[in-house]
Structure formats: structure tokens, C-alpha cells
Design a protein. Structure first.
Ligand code: ACO
Length: 357
């Protein structure tokens, strides 16, 4: 028994394949590199959902846009209840207010709603009023406009679009597994998405990119990259943006995001520092964790890309959720179609009642 269920196959899927040895991610028969930066998020979602998620006759992009607009009307009355909540907590609150029987509680509606929830949560945490969605706009450009409060530059919107496609699905990661467990109980789409969001928010999963920027800031302040990293490892702490349960080599998403960051232009001081940190961290991890094969993961360049498009670090995980929601919903649909409740067993290690006494 492995407490982290390492190497356990817990689902069969047509959605995506993570090859940890080769550092390859295949989504519905396409390498990630053929999708991210090549097709828009809505097109990638259509590809992912094809014949798996019921979307009705209307074009998916239209339905996602309508979902953003309907969600805004639904979430706006909650704006007085967000005081003191981090963006990811506000997002959780927004989604929890969707009734299972509401028109929004469809896969396309919820995919739109996660975009609006992420943007509104980011605005609320900054003390700014929410921005009304434009249902006719692309998902990435509209999320960025709603979150930042201004019309984004086309290259920034393209970079965010490439990011949302990059994270759209990734095998049976912790949040996707949570979505499948909840979907298997027939609790419905909304509950599956909320369960996944709660799993995503932890720093060992989707909560890492904000701390990556904190780490880069602390390193910049220290003035000595190698000494700072060595001291973290010496203290038993993990380097944020490095390591992965499945990849034994570079996470392919890191390079896709690095390329998107380059296309965005403006080699900032932070990007230059990040490249030095990456190189020093890989050397140190190879020395100190020899045999473990730790490399850079998706979160390292996520942090730099989302920062470069103008999003605040506390909003990185909500934006991640807006992209990954397409994968969660597709996995929930697959799990529901299988009709099988997920219910593993545990091994009892406690005492038994003493019947002889
Ligand atoms: N920094 C330092 N050491 C690490 C790191 C790291 N980033 N990652 C793993 N290790 C070490 C562990 O301490 C452990 O060492 P030990 O055997 O001496 O105790 C060894 O490598 C094996 O680690 P595991 O815990 O088995 O790795 P696991 O597969 O459970 O962890 C995880 C994967 C959670 C991603 C881990 O690498 C980590 O914590 N990384 C930092 C946080 C992070 O970047 N999270 C985002 C992941 S990507 C995503 O979910 C979207």
C-alpha cells in the first residue's frame, strides 16, 4: 500500500496521457505542442469534449460566453460577502452558490462560470468593482479584461489563451481525481467542480505558482541564488515549481509556457533571474536528491507568464482552475458514463474490541 497511490491506475480515459519518462503530454491524440499556442481555448475544449461531454446544438464558444454572462448576474449579489477572502476562496464561494438545477449547472455553463468567478474573485480581492463579461469575446481575452479592468493587449490575451490550453487536462492529477470521485457518486457537475477546485488550491498542486514568485522575490533580495536555494533544501523545504509525481524529466508544459512567454516579449529582469534560478535549482536538486530526477514543473513558468500578462499572484490558482475546469468536467462526464461508484478500501490498523474480556 502506498499512501499517495503512486502508480495506481484508478481510471481509464480517452482524454489525456502523461508519459513521465518521455516528458510527453498527449491530449485527445495530439501532442500538447500541437495545441498550445496553435488553437484557441474554446477549440481545445471542443476537441477535449468531443463525443464525451454533451454540449447541445449551439456552438461551444457561444455557450461558454453565455455561461460567463449568466454567471456574472448570479455572482454579483454575493460581492458584499467576500471581505477577507483570498481570490481562490471567493471563487469557491461563487461556485457554491450555483444550484444543481440552475441553467448554469451544465458543463458549458460551468466552464464559462469558472472564468467569470476567477476574474470577479481577483477584482474583489483587489478592492475593485467587478467588470461585466462580454459573451461574444474569446474566453481568454474576456477573463483577462474582467480581471485586469482594461482591454488587454492582443499578445497578452494570446499568451493567456496558450496558458489555458496548456493546463486544460493532465491525466489523473489530484484535482481531476477529486472531480471523478464526486462525479461517481452522482452528486452532479457543480459538486464535482467545487471538489476539484478545493484539491487544486493546495501548494503541492495548483497553489504553487504564487509561491514561485515569492521565492523569486526572496532570492532577488538575498542576492545569492545558490546560497538561498541550498539553505531552503538544508531546512527540508521544497523548491516551488520543481518536482512532479509522474514526470521523471522536464514537464513539457514548462517549455510550452516558456515559449509563450518569449512570444509575449519583454525579457524582464524577473525572467532573466528565473532562468538562473532554474539552472541553479536543477544542479542543487541533482546533487542533494540524487536518484530522484527532479526537474522543473508547469508552475515555474506559469508564475512568470501569468505575472507578465498582468495578473496578481493571488489570482494564479483561480486562473489555473478556469483552464483545468474543461478537463475536470470531461473526466466527470467519463466517470458518470461508466456508472461505477469509486469506493476503494482502507486497511484497519487500530485495535479490535476485546470480546474475551
Ligand atoms: N524541492 C525539494 N525537494 C523535493 C521537491 C522540491 N520541489 N520535490 C520533491 N522533493 C523531494 C522530496 O522531499 C523527497 O525527498 P526525500 O525522499 O529525501 O524525502 C523526494 O524528492 C521525493 O518526493 P516525493 O514527495 O515522493 O514527490 P511527490 O511525487 O510526492 O511530490 C510534488 C510531487 C508534490 C509536486 C513535489 O515535487 C513538490 O512538493 N514540489 C514543490 C511544489 C510544486 O511545485 N507543486 C506543483 C506541482 S505541479 C502541479 O500540481 C500542477
Amino acid at each position: 500500500m502506498k499512501s499517495g497511490m503512486d502508480d495506481v491506475i484508478a481510471a481509464e480515459t480517452l482524454l489525456s496521457h502523461v508519459d513521465g519518462e518521455a516528458g510527453r503530454l498527449v491530449i485527445r491524440g495530439h501532442d500538447l505542442e500541437a495545441l498550445a499556442g496553435q488553437v484557441g481555448f474554446e477549440q481545445a475544449a471542443r476537441l477535449l469534449w468531443d463525443d464525451i461531454v454533451e454540449t447541445g446544438d449551439t456552438d461551444l464558444a457561444t455557450r461558454i460566453g453565455q455561461g460567463r454572462a449568466v454567471a456574472y448576474a448570479h455572482f454579483a449579489p454575493l460581492s458584499g460577502r467576500l471581505e477577507g477572502l483570498a481570490p481562490i476562496e471567493a471563487m469557491r464561494l461563487f461556485l457554491s452558490a450555483i444550484a444543481d438545477e440552475s441553467a448554469l449547472a451544465t458543463p458549458a455553463g460551468l466552464l464559462g462560470a469558472t472564468g467569470t468567478a476567477a476574474a470577479m474573485a481577483i477584482r474583489a480581492a483587489a478592492g475593485e468593482p467587478a467588470i461585466v463579461p462580454d459573451p461574444a469575446a474569446g474566453h481568454a481575452v474576456d477573463i483577462l479584461r474582467m480581471a485586469a479592468g482594461t482591454q488587454p493587449a492582443p499578445e497578452a490575451a494570446r499568451a493567456l489563451d496558450a496558458y489555458l490550453v496548456t493546463v486544460i487536462d493532465h491525466g489523473l492529477n489530484a484535482s481531476t481525481f477529486a472531480a471523478r470521485v464526486v462525479a461517481s457518486t452522482r452528486a452532479g457537475w457543480v459538486s464535482a467542480v467545487i471538489a476539484a477546485l478545493c484539491a487544486l488550491k493546495g501548494p503541492l498542486h495548483g497553489g504553487a505558482p504564487g509561491p514561485v514568485l515569492d521565492m523569486l522575490d526572496a532570492i532577488a533580495e538575498s542576492g545569492d541564488i545558490r546560497a538561498w536555494l541550498a539553505s531552503e533544501l538544508q531546512s527540508g523545504r521544497r523548491l516551488m515549481g520543481f518536482g512532479h509525481r509522474i514526470y521523471r524529466t522536464r514537464d513539457p508544459r514548462a517549455d510550452v509556457l516558456k515559449a509563450a512567454l518569449r512570444r509575449l516579449g519583454g525579457a524582464t529582469a524577473r525572467v532573466a533571474l528565473a532562468e538562473q534560478v532554474e539552472s541553479a535549482a536543477l544542479d542543487l536538486l541533482a546533487e542533494r536528491k540524487a536518484g530522484r530526477r527532479l526537474d522543473v514543473n508547469v508552475e515555474f513558468y506559469t508564475a512568470l507568464l501569468l505575472d507578465a500578462v498582468g495578473l496578481p499572484r493571488a489570482g494564479f490558482t483561480p486562473i489555473f482552475a478556469a483552464g483545468r475546469a474543461a478537463g475536470w468536467l470531461a473526466h466527470a462526464a467519463e466517470q458518470q458514463a461508466s456508472g461505477r461508484l469509486i469506493r476503494p478500501r482502507s486497511r484497519y490498523l487500530g485495535p479490535m474490541p476485546d470480546h474475551a474480556a
